[in-house]
Design a protein. Structure first.
Length: 762
């Protein structure tokens, strides 16, 4: 939100008051409380008729400093994000000249009785700062609304990333971002997943701890500052020091919640009914058996909205006209080795039998006059489950428990964004404006936890659309309603990479695009999006009014799908190991180039390619001509598809190349160990048995990797040492027939691993 008229003036409707000095400060336990009046105090008379901000400095996590700005002491009703506090050691200094707090390498200082500033430094270097007139309490005398504002300085060439799923430019400089969850598709500035957290290329991140709307002006009001503001009399935020992007995300997830590792089977291919298509038991089994007939491995089948009767969503009961024996159908699907997911949302149509039950029990949101809050958007007479009511949560979970007992394995938790914030009452008295974004956390947590209870701790997984801070603990999320064209494919990737830089580990999207428009996805788009989708952490075919089975397009689409499903399944020892280790550290599996190569300025704006784990680069192709334009950081890169080797110079290199419709750049960086099983038929199997060990352009010295089991626990270790032309491989925890492949230049040398050892001479 903008408050100024150019650089010098404020807008006429706003009264802006900013701290002009830190008048005094005191140590309070392991924190500092400082008093910052809105003018310099030169004499006793200056102490009258004057406002001030109380600034509280603390540290919940090492290298993280919390700042709370408070004008008036009001009673907020929440909800509030859960903040983890590890109670780190801090160094506090308060004297007559300065107040300072240090946590790890990060320090904040407030000079006393001089022009206001609040400076954050690490190892003697400036990280960012709040300067005179940056902080403010702002009164709109027309609307009678108060705001709190902060502005943090930006350095020359500093770039800002994150703020959740954003389909606008990957680098956020110059943008205006309001963190307000909306069902706006993937082609606008609106977003399903708003996260008030950003990462700077200057080695730090900022998390604004406000569940209500936060407005960010990223170099767009004051071009040298990141501004953030929100309604109310207080504002809380955390400065998170890295200095690397990976370390920033590690500390952010320590602060707000760990990334949960999904079950291994969820990394396989998901096929859906699509949305408004006609489907019945016959259709579903025809598609599942068709995948088998075309030798395309399938791990999950998803039933979208019309598994229930129309006009009754969500009634959470099968449409018995189309599915007369749902238990029998689910057993048939399970007997084929396939899991089952069904669609739901947190809204209940008035025609649903559940509506009357929920209304009578007080489980729906109400208006101020006590009426159920309803509208006709989406479903006629839609009501909203009130997840602030513990009894409503249990009631909703019990409905889902019936489906889980029937054989459902997972839920697609759609919607969660269109939550009313005006004329609405929540059971626990929550502030509706703070509840709007927070609602999705309560909704998805309720569904995730009932799956854990029924299926086991490690079996829970969702396919969720909306998210907020903390939602990383309830994976997986997908990118929402995209269009079936190349631009939307590119926009989808950009939004996903922004989302993954915002504290999330796993992500998917609708392969082929969701909205078909005047026709189906073209065969070339379907194939290119399939490659991208099957080289994402989670892979799902889904559309609006067109079935997404590959044989509906052309023979090459079938071949393409088969090729990339098999590639992904073969890579599961690598994928699941990278996924488990990344989640444990609080990093995403799919990685923007900036995250993996933060010291290479050439990747700062790059959002058309990504790292698939730490060792494999993927550059999707966004055109029908097969033209690829991608960047390679310094070193050797080997195509996992055809063995071609690229040698990028020390400065990196942009490559322009044309690929046929079944290929794209999928490149392994030098000095990498990739474990594969090319006989895999599902995503979940024993990743330590009968596998191949591929060594790519191994350099002199030592390199190692581990391999996890299907629970994500380290189960095997591979150590490789090279000295000139001699390569020694030693492995523990692997069993069965193991073959080692050494990719040296374009040549491949093969050797068997015997008793955990192999010696190769090149």
């Amino acid at each position: 939100m903008k408050f100024t008229n150019g650089y010098w003036l404020n807008r006429e409707e706003f009264d802006v008051n900013s701290p002009k000095e830190t008048y005094d400060a005191q140590k309070v336990g392991k924190s500092i409380s400082a008093f910052a009046p809105y003018k310099r105090i030169m004499n006793r008379g200056d102490q009258l008729n004057l406002g001030a901000t109380t600034i509280t400095l603390s540290s919940p996590i090492e290298n993280v400093i919390g700042v709370e700005l408070e004008h008036f002491d009001t009673n907020e009703h929440g909800p509030e994000f859960k903040i983890n506090n590890s109670d780190p050691d801090v160094d506090i200094k308060v004297d007559d000249k300065i107040a300072g707090l240090q946590s790890g390498d990060l320090k904040v200082e407030l000079p006393l009785r001089t022009d206001f500033e609040m400076k954050f430094t690490a190892n003697g270097q400036l990280v960012t700062q709040s300067e005179t007139n940056a902080q403010a309490t702002i009164w709109n005398h027309d609307t009678k609304v108060n705001y709190m504002r902060e502005q943090l300085s930006m350095g020359i060439d500093e770039k800002i990333y994150g703020l959740g799923e954003r389909f606008t430019n990957f680098v956020k400089n110059g943008q205006v971002v309001d963190t307000w969850n909306q069902d706006g598709g993937t082609g606008s500035e609106q977003s399903y997943k708003n996260i008030p957290f950003y990462i700077s290329s200057n080695g730090y991140g900022v998390f604004v701890d406000e569940s209500q709307k936060v407005s960010f002006e990223i170099g767009s009001e004051n071009v040298d500052r990141v501004q953030f503001s929100t309604e109310g009399q207080s504002l809380k935020y955390y400065v998170i020091y890295g200095p690397t992007p990976k370390e920033i995300l590690h500390r952010y997830t320590q602060l707000t919640g760990a990334i949960k590792l999904p079950p291994a089977w969820s990394f396989g291919l998901w096929l859906t009914t699509s949305f408004t298509t006609d489907y019945s038991e016959e259709t579903v089994l025809k598609f599942i058996d068709g995948m088998q007939a075309h030798h395309i491995p399938l791990d999950v089948f998803h039933f979208d909205c019309f598994w229930q009767k129309g006009f009754e969503w969500c009634t959470l009961e099968w449409d018995k006209e189309q599915f007369p024996d749902p238990e029998g159908l689910l057993k048939k699907i399970h007997d084929r080795g396939i899991k089952v997911c069904v669609w739901l949302n947190p809204y209940i149509a008035q025609k649903s039998p559940l509506f009357k039950e929920a209304k009578e029990k007080g489980y729906l949101l109400t208006r101020e006059n006590g009426d159920v809050w309803q509208w006709d958007l989406w479903q006629a007479g839609n009501g909203f489950v009130d997840f602030t009511n513990p009894d409503a949560v249990k009631w909703y979970q019990d409905k889902l428990r019936v489906l889980l007992d029937m054989g459902v394995d997972s839920f697609k938790t759609d919607f969660g964004e269109r939550i009313p914030s005006e004329d609405v009452k929540f059971f626990d008295g929550s502030n509706p404006k703070q509840e709007h974004n927070y609602y999705t956390l309560q909704y998805n947590r309720a569904v995730y936890e009932v799956i854990q209870q029924e299926k086991g701790e490690d079996e829970a997984v969702l396919f969720a659309r909306s998210a907020t801070v903390g939602s990383q603990s309830y994976p997986v999320h997908w990118g929402g309603d995209c269009l079936s064209n190349y631009n939307s494919m590119r926009d989808t990737l950009r939004g996903g990479l922004s989302f993954l830089l915002s504290g999330f580990g796993f992500w998917s999207h609708d392969i082929g695009g969701f909205e078909d428009g005047p026709g189906t996805p073209t065969p070339d788009l379907y194939k290119r999006w399939s490659q991208f989708g099957l080289l994402s952490s989670h892979s799902r075919y889904h559309g609006s009014d067109v079935y997404r089975v590959p044989w509906n397009f052309d023979d090459e689409a079938v071949e393409n799908t088969r090729k990339y499903v098999n590639l992904k399944l073969s890579l599961m020892p690598y994928i699941y190991t990278e996924a488990a280790h990344s989640a444990a550290y609080g990093n995403p599996f799919m990685r923007p180039m900036f995250l993996e190569f933060g010291d290479d300025a050439n990747v700062y704006d790059n959002a058309t390619q990504y790292m698939f784990g730490s060792k494999v680069l993927v550059a999707p192709i966004f055109n029908s001509e097969g033209k690829a334009h991608f960047y390679l950081p310094s070193g050797k890169w080997t195509s996992i598809l055809d063995g071609k080797v690229y040698q990028a110079p020390q400065t990196g290199e942009w490559i322009n190349e044309t690929f046929d419709e079944l290929d794209l750049p999928v490149l392994v960086r030098q000095n990498s160990i990739i474990v594969r099983n090319e006989k895999a038929v599902h995503a979940e199997y024993d990743y330590t048995k009968d596998v191949d060990v591929h060594l790519y352009q191994i350099q002199d010295g030592k390199v190692s990797t581990s391999v996890v089991d299907k629970h994500g626990h380290d189960a095997a270790e591979i150590n490789v040492e090279r000295s000139n032309n001699q390569i020694t491989v030693q492995a523990t925890g692997l069993s069965g027939d193991i073959t080692v492949y050494v990719h040296e230049g374009t040549n491949v040398v093969k050797a068997d691993l015997v008793d955990g050892k192999a010696q190769i001479t090149l």
